[in-house]
Design a protein around this ligand. Structure first.
Ligand SMILES: *Cc1c(COP(=O)(O)O)cnc(C)c1O
Length: 369
């Protein structure tokens, strides 16, 4: 008997709420508010309330959200921005979009997120901002990072692209820094039916500037005041996200339930997991394990109908495109270890107990071989 386990099951998510999305999308087609419009404005209100921040500005991707957050902060040529050496490339690309230089810091062995201990030594007179990434959905150590940022008068821009609904002490990711960027790429915990992103902030000046820049820098129709971009969110995406947001808490709880099962079943000293921290909610965008036999396990799983992932096979400093930043092999050992040993197990709200057990049985078959 062969059980298939996809890495994620978007059709299952959409079939369950297809009718609701169709109704919301039909409204957009009838009103033809395809770019921004009332559905996007409604979603912004709802998402701001969800995050607990005063402002949400919806844009067309998480990358655009990072770009505008940096621009609104006035960061540009000659400035340095600190980011972890293990993240998706977009975090670093956005820093380069504004002309600033990325400064990398290694991640922690226990959280896999930016190390507060190594942060301070990376700060220079040119450092203007830190971008902690809530990697895989686990919040970075924000109170330690914030304390250093405050002392040095540096902004904190959260990369919350993987952390919808994650929180520390009841405060959601997206509301733990000066600004935050979210992605609604379909595979993210809250995904559009296409591309999407948002910035959240409690600073009204930043919010107004970002609102203007995403729509060609206008202040009043035809009056172009700020650097302009076509970064508006589609009406259809606003409609879909408005429907899906209502399910996000339920989906996050399901992800946490799956993660708890994996933790129980995988308990094994040769496998390293992200730490569990008190008063911290992990959104489990990715369920990551570290194992020396990653490549073998990945292959064996694939052969048995189980799709796993690697997030990410190259640390930032060893990506060819970022070689000019000037780091070399061995400089960020934990980021390199994750690149070599990380395996992402299938996790999504709709995964069944049978599939979970199948994943773990196959994993152990290789491990105990
Ligand atoms: C997905 C992601 C992004 C980029 O978001 P897009 O919507 O794909 O542009 C940025 N940072 C991280 C950590 C991500 O996972």
């Amino acid at each position: 008997m062969s059980i298939k386990v996809p890495f994620l099951d978007l059709p299952a998510q959409h079939i369950a709420i297809e009718e609701e999305i169709q109704i919301a999308m039909r409204e957009i087609i009838r009103s033809s508010s395809f770019c921004s419009g009332p559905a996007v404005a409604d979603f912004e209100k709802q998402f701001a309330a969800f995050v607990g921040s005063q402002h949400c500005i919806a844009v067309n991707s998480g990358t655009s959200a990072l770009h505008l957050a940096l621009l609104a902060s006035g960061i540009g040529d000659g400035d340095e921005v600190i980011a972890p050496a293990m993240t998706f490339v977009a975090t670093i690309a956005a820093i380069q979009y504004v002309g600033a230089s990325p400064k990398l810091v290694d991640v922690e062995p226990n959280s896999f997120c930016l190390s507060p201990e190594k942060l301070e030594e990376a700060i220079t007179d040119k450092t203007r901002a830190i971008i902690p990434v809530h990697l895989y959905g686990l919040p970075a150590k924000m109170s330690e990072i914030q304390a250093i940022a405050k002392k040095k008068n540096i902004l904190v821009i959260e990369d919350a692209a993987q952390a919808h609904g994650a929180s520390i002490g009841g405060i959601n990711c997206g509301n733990l820094g000066n600004l935050a960027a979210f992605s609604f790429y379909p595979g993210k915990n809250l995904g559009a039916c296409g591309e999407g992103g948002a910035v959240t902030t409690n600073n009204e000046n930043y919010a107004n500037l970002i609102r203007s820049m995403r729509d060609w820098g206008q202040e009043g129709k035809g009056n172009h005041v700020h650097p302009g971009f076509n970064y508006r969110m589609d009406g259809l995406q606003g409609a879909a996200l408005g429907v899906k947001l209502k399910y996000l808490d339920k989906w996050t709880k399901e992800r946490q339930r799956v993660a708890a099962r994996y933790r129980e079943l995988v308990a094994e000293e040769r496998i390293v997991l992200q730490e569990e921290r008190s008063a911290t909610e992990h959104a489990y965008h990715v369920f990551a394990i570290l194992t020396k036999r990653r490549d073998e396990i990945l292959k064996a799983m694939q052969a048995n109908g189980i799709s796993c992932g690697i997030h990410y096979p190259n640390p930032i400093h060893l990506q060819p495109i970022f070689s000019s930043i000037g780091y070399s092999h061995g400089e960020f050992p934990m980021a390199e270890r994750i690149a070599n040993e990380e395996l992402s197990l299938p996790i999504y709200p709709e995964i069944t107990e049978e599939q979970i057990v199948h994943v773990i049985n196959n994993l152990k078959e290789v491990l105990y071989d």
